[in-house]
Design a protein around this ligand. Structure first.
Ligand SMILES: O=C(O)c1cc(=O)[nH]c(=O)n1[C@@H]1O[C@H](COP(=O)(O)O)[C@@H](O)[C@H]1O
Length: 244
């Protein structure tokens, strides 16, 4: 089903608002994503309350630290029962390997299914000039590819990248490597702070597995209708393209 490939980012600090959205989006999206804003305000107890709505959860905490610290954080995060967790690929191979092992340990200890572990390549809010300003010269596309290849060697299940890199990563990393894509903007939505964007149908045509969409849905007058409209666009992309 096309909506299975849609993950809705619920970026809020408020518990009631998050639970309300989770309930109203049930059946209209494949899963929800809770990230740093929600986790910093509501912690693991808040995550458990959203999970109680029955949603599949991508817990987006983007860990980036020394391997031992990331391993400890991943163990704790996996015990909460998300279906997907992430780290920054730029933390390096040893950190990603530690994250993968710790996610499996944490889930097993809590008797939860092992989550997918993803590595964030280059944030979709960044472009070539931003990379260059932090001393990383060369194109964003090359940097994304370099990090995705390293991530795959480190044993993660897939990467977070923009839709613009999906086709290249699909051919580089193969059909089973998960490509999770934020920076999705339907024509009717505002770009906001995203830079490397694409519409839902085109992102799916490029070969994305999951699309992460936040404000175009959560900021819409009717979030459920907005999610359904994006699911229809996903269906169009899956009809015409190579799909995942
Ligand atoms: O890891 C992520 O989910 C992520 C990576 C990235 O490169 N870009 C990115 O936007 N995200 C997340 O995806 C969501 C996008 O939200 P909107 O821009 O509101 O659609 C946010 O929750 C971001 O934290």
């Amino acid at each position: 089903m096309s909506q299975d490939r849609l993950l809705v980012a619920i970026d809020t600090a408020e518990l009631d608002g998050a639970v309300r959205l989770a309930r109203s989006l049930a059946g209209s999206a494949g899963g929800l994503k809770l990230g740093l804003e929600f986790f910093s305000a509501q912690g693991p107890q808040g995550v458990a309350k959203v999970l109680a709505s029955g949603a599949k959860l991508f817990l987006d905490l983007k860990f980036h630290d020394i391997p031992n610290t990331v391993a400890g954080a991943m163990r704790a995060a996996a015990a909460l029962g998300p279906f997907m967790l992430n780290v920054h690929a730029s933390g390096g191979r040893a950190m990603m390997e530690a994250a993968v092992a710790a996610a499996a340990e944490g889930a097993a200890k809590a008797r939860k299914p092992k989550p997918l572990v993803l590595a964030v390549t280059v944030l979709t809010s960044l472009g070539d000039e931003d990379l260059s300003s932090v001393g990383q010269h060369g194109s964003t596309a090359d940097q994304v590819k370099r990090l995705a290849v390293l991530a795959q060697k480190s044993g993660v299940d897939g990467v977070v990248c923009s839709a613009r890199e999906v086709a290249a990563l699909r051919s580089e990393c193969g059909p089973d490597f998960k490509l999770v894509v934020p920076g999705i903007r339907p024509t009717w939505s505002a770009v906001q702070d995203q830079k490397r964007i694409m519409g839902p149908a085109d992102a799916i045509r490029q070969g994305a597995d999951y699309l992460v969409v936040g404000r175009p849905i959560t900021g819409a007058p009717d979030p459920r209708a907005a999610a359904r409209s994006i699911a229809q666009e996903i269906a169009k992309g899956a009809d015409k393209g190579a799909g995942a």
